[in-house]
Design a protein around this ligand. Structure first.
Ligand code: DX5
Ligand code: ZN
Length: 249
């Protein structure tokens, strides 16, 4: 039997063969990806253009696995309905957008989907403070959004651990799902580090789509390395808890 992994992988299809999107999504899921991460770019919020809700709606037919939309667009409020209609299970947009954020988060939650905010590498976690009780997902960007295949920014990743403390439940409302995602430059070299920081979802893009890659093996390795990171984290946590208990005596 295959060991159960704690690590969850969401395959970013940004760098796959875009002419065969549905085949590539199926391939990623069959190879062990738990979800599909869909990078939507408008050529305005970021200097690149990808695909929109129409394509996502058609892709929805490939299976029941969760679809995570990552909107790198300037006006999420204007299009959020369309992403809900397209069947996205979670919708994450950027805290750096220059429009009101709360109504869009409320709209996503009202539709029964997970609501998320992504933060660019230079944005502090405190930018999320006004939205703590409206969030299911915090997406920590470890590259500048816009392109796949960039180098992992370890400094930005240090926000992963404290990001878990951002979530807060609103009395009388659905409790938050509390997922911390890491997005950008996640591969064999960086997965263990991310696991050590306690990340919940690893977004993995270009490394899966390199020519000649065995995508199944790659996902298996990345999950195993992240799990290794989690295991290392645990003794540290236990030590810290012991110290605190000792101090309290
Ligand atoms: C970057 C995107 C990421 C990216 C991941 O703007 O949000 O999802 O495509 O790809 P890699 O893993 O290549 O950084
Ligand atoms: Zn992304």
């Amino acid at each position: 039997m295959m060991a159960a992994h704690r690590a969850i992988v969401s395959a970013s299809i940004l760098d796959c063969d875009l002419s065969s999107l549905s085949r590539e999504c199926r391939k990623a899921l069959k190879a062990g990806s738990d979800r599909i991460h869909l990078d939507v770019m408008d050529g305005h919020f970021v200097p690149n253009i990808t695909f929109g809700p129409g394509i996502i709606k058609r892709l929805r037919k490939i299976g029941k696995q969760p679809f995570d939309a990552h909107l790198m667009i300037s006006e999420p409020s204007r299009y959020v309905d369309q992403f809900i209609d397209a069947g996205c299970d979670s919708i994450t947009f950027h805290v750096e957008v220059e429009e009101p954020i709360e109504p869009t988060l409320l709209q996503i939650r009202k539709a029964g989907r997970l609501a998320g905010l992504a933060i660019k590498p230079a944005t502090p976690l405190s930018a999320l403070d006004p939205y703590r009780d409206l969030l299911d997902i915090v997406m920590v960007m470890t590259v500048e959004p816009g392109f796949g295949g960039q180098k992992f920014m370890a400094e930005a990743a240090t926000k992963i651990d404290p990001a878990h403390a951002v979530f807060r439940d609103r009395p009388g409302e659905r409790p938050s799902r509390r997922e911390v995602h890491v997005d950008g430059g996640v591969n064999r070299d960086t997965a263990e580090y991310c696991g050590g920081l306690g990340v919940d979802i690893l977004v993995v893009g270009s490394t899966l789509w390199k020519k000649g890659r065995d995508i199944e093996r790659e996902i298996r390795l990345i999950k195993a390395l992240a799990d290794e990171g989690y295991r290392r984290r645990r003794p540290e946590k236990a030590r810290a808890a012991k110290r605190t208990a000792g101090e309290a005596e």
